[in-house]
Design a protein around this ligand. Structure first.
Ligand SMILES: *Cc1c(COP(=O)(O)O)cnc(C)c1O
Length: 425
């Protein structure tokens, strides 16, 4: 029984030829809750959070989990109990945090290039830690909202450090041509403006250079530029207390993932350029904490051949997991019932949605599959459910959190009635 593929996701492993999440057999979850189904390992999230925190050791820091990676309330609650802060990018995400715990707002940073005045006002009311401001115009709106609320807003400018990253173009954010942040050369002028405002406190600097970055050098380069800016601003008479290094630490979708080592290397890259600065560091990991903690369970509906191509039609589609078509992302897909030594064949694994882009894998070597069997799409804990849609009026999947031998439904499957709520005929 030892020919099982080694799965990197530590929460997902074969026992007696059956894929489990922690101690729960996945076929039992599929029988109980149906498919497609997102399954998360609480232990994996907890271990990754702790490894990340350990990597930053005694450096003064707060880990502000990026809510958009996976915004289920149970995931947020779990991380909040571990001591996480949060990075939100909308009024909706802020509302989630307030639902989890009113006091959680104290450790919330608000990012995003298009905050509305209403969203800003909500952030002020909640008393969040800091606004990461992305333009001069947003600064003016924030100043107006803060004055009206008579609340001083802590501000970090999100600077664009012009750093190249080797990631998918849609998730690279640190170049001049991207819509994010303000050019780092403009920062000194803008901090001078912030200081003139009675209700703005120029507290920090933030950067976020992109997502799924596995080379540590770009992080180091970005921090070198930020450290230089902090020194320039100090010379101008500003005292910057917070540096927000953003998120972006990548995970391995294909191979071994020694996360503690990876987190250490990342912490090194971020911390080394900041040596000697008296600042509180904020970090905004999303994917790195939750990606490998989740799998999408799906059932094979049909197997068909057109010409020489073989298609495995499953019940999960691009509306459930859009990453393959949106980012050309690779997800390992494995049968829940493992058997040794079976023949393999090249197949496309496709969903039921009426789009050619509706695939989970293309030209993939898979063991011979049969109709009705269960597959697990691994490393789907980040940007899976949070990007799910109702396209084709398909209800979004249910979500289950597993801890040890216990499984808990943390979001029920969406029904047709849920989807039509709010519409009028
Ligand atoms: C998306 C995002 C993150 C999280 O990115 P990951 O790659 O998931 O770590 C952090 N900060 C900001 C501003 C973001 O937009």
């Amino acid at each position: 029984m030892n020919n099982h593929p080694v799965l990197r996701a530590p929460g997902f492993l074969y026992r007696d030829q059956e894929l489990h999440c922690e101690r729960v057999p996945l076929h039992e979850l599929a029988a109980q809750f149906g498919t497609p189904l997102y399954v998360y390992s609480a232990t994996t999230i907890r271990e990754r959070f702790r490894a990340f925190r350990r990597a930053f050791g005694r450096a003064r820091h707060t880990i502000c989990y990026s809510v958009k990676a996976n915004s289920n309330l149970a995931v947020l609650r779990l991380l909040q109990r571990l001591g996480a802060g949060f990075d939100v990018v909308s009024g909706g995400e802020l509302a989630r945090m307030l639902k989890v715990d009113r006091r959680a707002a104290e450790d919330v940073v608000f990012s995003g290039v298009g905050k509305t005045a209403d969203e800003i006002a909500a952030g002020l009311r909640a008393g969040i830690l800091m606004f990461n401001v992305e333009s001069e115009s947003e600064l003016a709106v924030l100043a107006r909202c803060a004055a009206r609320a008579r609340k001083k807003a802590r501000v970090a400018l999100r600077v664009n450090p012009h750093i190249e990253t080797e990631t998918h173009p849609y998730i690279s954010t640190g170049l001049r041509e991207h819509k994010f942040g303000v050019a780092i050369e403009q920062a000194r002028t803008l901090y001078a403006r912030i200081r003139e405002e009675n209700y703005l406190d120029p507290a920090g600097i933030s950067v976020h250079i992109g997502s799924q970055i596995t080379d540590m050098e770009p992080f180091r380069q970005a921090m070198l530029r930020v450290a230089e800016l902090v020194r320039q601003l100090a010379a101008d008479g500003h005292r910057i207390r917070y540096i927000d290094a953003g998120g972006g630490l990548g995970i391995s979708y294909t191979g071994e993932d020694d996360f503690p080592a990876r987190a250490q290397a990342y912490a090194q890259a971020v911390l080394a350029p900041l040596r000697g600065l008296k600042i509180h560091l904020l970090l905004e990991p999303g994917r790195a904490l939750v990606g490998p903690a989740g799998a999408l369970l799906t059932r094979v509906l049909y197997i068909k051949s057109n010409d020489h191509k073989r298609f495995v039609v499953v019940d999960a589609g691009m509306n459930d997991l859009v990453r393959p078509v949106l980012y050309a992302a690779y997800h390992e897909i494995v049968p829940v019932a493992h058997r040794d030594g079976v023949r393999r064949a090249e197949v496309d694994i496709v969903g039921p949605v009426c789009e050619t882009g509706d695939f989970l894998a293309r030209d993939r070597q898979m063991p011979m599959l049969s109709e009705g069997e269960l597959l697990a799409v691994l490393d789907a804990g980040a940007y899976g459910m949070s990007l799910a849609s109702n396209y084709n009026t398909r209800g979004r999947p249910a979500e289950v959190m597993v801890e040890g031998a216990k499984a808990r439904l943390i979001r029920r499957r969406e029904t047709a009635a849920d989807m039509m709520r709010g519409e009028r005929k």
